[in-house]
Write a protein that binds this ligand. Sequence first.
Ligand SMILES: [Zn+2]
Length: 280
Amino acid sequence: MRRSWSSALALGLALAASACGTLSVADEQRLASRFEAQARYEYRFVRDPVVVQYVERIGQRIVAAAGPQPFRYEFAVVDDPEINAFAGPGGFVYVQTGTILAARNVAELAGVIAHEVGHVVERHVAENYNKQRAANLGRRAAVLGGGLVYGSAGATAASLATGLGSAAVLNSFGRDAEREADDFAVRVLPVAGYDPNGLPGFFETMLALGATGGGFLSSHPAAGDRLATTRAAIAAETLPPDLRVDDGGRLEIIQRRIELLTGESRPRSRGDAYGREAGR
Ligand SMILES: [Zn+2]
């Protein structure tokens, strides 16, 4: 415990010394391995290779469509019925099983993943880390000065030094960042071969389910706004033909597999919209 805190603090100081403003790509990469290790500790991951490879393949198609990237992206499936997804530093993207179960087609799942990739590509995660660091530099200095390594302040400083400040903190994005990630998704999805209407489609799915969506569908801006904005952006584009909406029943197989593995089940609609379009 002590060793990890002190090394975390050392990393935090190294990062603080290295960059003011934007976190460098190298620093974000260093942060990424620590974040990933902590995430493995905090979350339960689905290990089933069929499920993981399914999500990984969609994710890598999106990353490839985005052009050369400084990070090697990795996609993980979190065993959690909440409809959510989040991004860590350095290209780690996490998709909750609740999201996979709720998606009505592969385009909707790809929409969520593309949005999260967008937060990494646009460096939003790095920006949030820097904001947290700036807000806590004073406290961390006090911790170091006073040697309060075992107090709660020490734990907070250590977690922020590793960039963990919890995934929730790193994924609390403002209105502009959410719009940028949505824009990215709408642009990249057709290049990856997916119908970009999957993103607004997933907003509809969530609205129909009455899901709040945690970080993915935060209240700023509201889901209805994002739905309208992304639909309008898509309508303004000329889309290539034959974009993928369904994948020949593969998603349904993965969903059934998740149900068997986790005991979770596909969510039921609160309204009619979900059921009506489910067979689309
Ligand atoms: Zn977002």
